[in-house]
Design a protein around this ligand. Structure first.
Ligand code: A2P
Length: 280
């Protein structure tokens, strides 16, 4: 679909991925099969989603070589800490039925609201397990999800290996500019979950006007806005025409003004989660 990006350890990652959050387990095989047919070579799942099995099976049955598909999964919050992480990783790999993972992420940082002063230690121990799995060659790249600059600052005090990726919520209305700049400064690639604001951004009139100018949909403009900032969007759909439509974003370019106008939108909806305020 697009030329790959390069992570800080030299690993190549396709610049657009296919999200599977809220894709029910019983349709995941079919949906991921359609995504691979549409040209996606990067599939994003998580233990939490309950659909790792369908993702792995669709990849195996696709006829594509394992190295042609980039697969990400994530460690769920109940599995933080060194030993639990090691066990959870094995479970994820058994679910996927694959013999290595391309990218493994800590799904959410332990925060002070829930864990008080223990939070940093928990994240450090989880990360130490990630480093060992990476060194053992079981994962090609390791990273974070929903980590804000304060969480990464703390992690970097003890980290031996710098995270390669941070996957955060980014969409029009929730631009996360500071977090993106922070990641950039640290050589960490930002991936965007809910790049369409879980559909909330799609009915915005300003985005619709810009979309009309290019003969594109509002979804395509939202994704393009992400791509042009150098971040990696992970749109989700269970409908084949949308799965295909969301890949067709490489033949137009938003102007700087349009990028700014979209970046200045607020309160469109979507989760807009603040990682220090969640209870998990
Ligand atoms: P569906 O899965 O029924 O196609 P996000 O990736 O931000 O989480 O957004 C996913 C939501 O946006 C889902 O509700 C999905 O619906 C919808 N969606 C995905 N792609 C498109 C599109 N191209 N046009 C309209 N809605 C879309």
């Amino acid at each position: 679909l697009t030329s790959p990006l390069e992570l800080n350890n030299g690993v190549k990652i396709p610049g657009l991925g296919f999200g599977t959050y809220q894709t029910p387990a019983d349709v995941t095989y079919d949906v991921v099969t359609k995504a691979l047919k549409a040209g996606y070579r990067h599939i994003d799942t998580a233990f939490l989603y309950g659909n790792e099995e369908g993702v792995g099976k669709a990849i195996k049955d696709s006829g594509l070589a394992r190295e042609e598909v980039f697969v990400t999964s994530k460690l769920w919050n109940t599995d933080r800490g060194y030993d639990k992480t090691m066990a959870a990783f094995e479970k994820t790999m058994a679910n996927l039925g694959l013999d290595y993972l391309d990218l493994y992420l800590i799904h959410w940082p332990a925060n002070h609201k829930q864990f008080g002063d223990e939070a940093e230690k928990i994240n450090a121990e989880t990360w130490r397990a990630f480093e060992d799995l990476y060194k053992a060659g079981k994962i090609k790249a390791i990273g974070l999800s929903n980590f804000m600059p304060n969480h990464i600052d703390a992690l970097l005090k003890t980290a031996e290996i710098k995270p390669m990726v941070n996957q955060i919520e980014v969409h029009p209305g929730w631009p996360q500019t500071e977090a993106i700049r922070y990641n950039e400064r640290h050589g960490i690639l930002t991936e965007a979950w809910a790049p369409l604001g879980e559909a909330a951004a799609l009915s915005n009139e300003t985005i619709a006007q810009i979309a009309a100018k290019y003969g594109k949909s509002t979804a395509q403009v939202c994704l393009r806005w992400g791509i042009q900032q150098g971040i990696l969007p992970l749109p989700k759909s269970v409908h084949e025409e949308r799965i295909i439509q969301n890949t067709d974003i490489f033949d137009f370019e938003l102007t700087e003004d349009e990028m700014d106008i979209i970046g200045a939108l607020r309160n469109l909806g979507g989760q807009c989660k603040v990682p220090d305020q969640v209870d998990f």
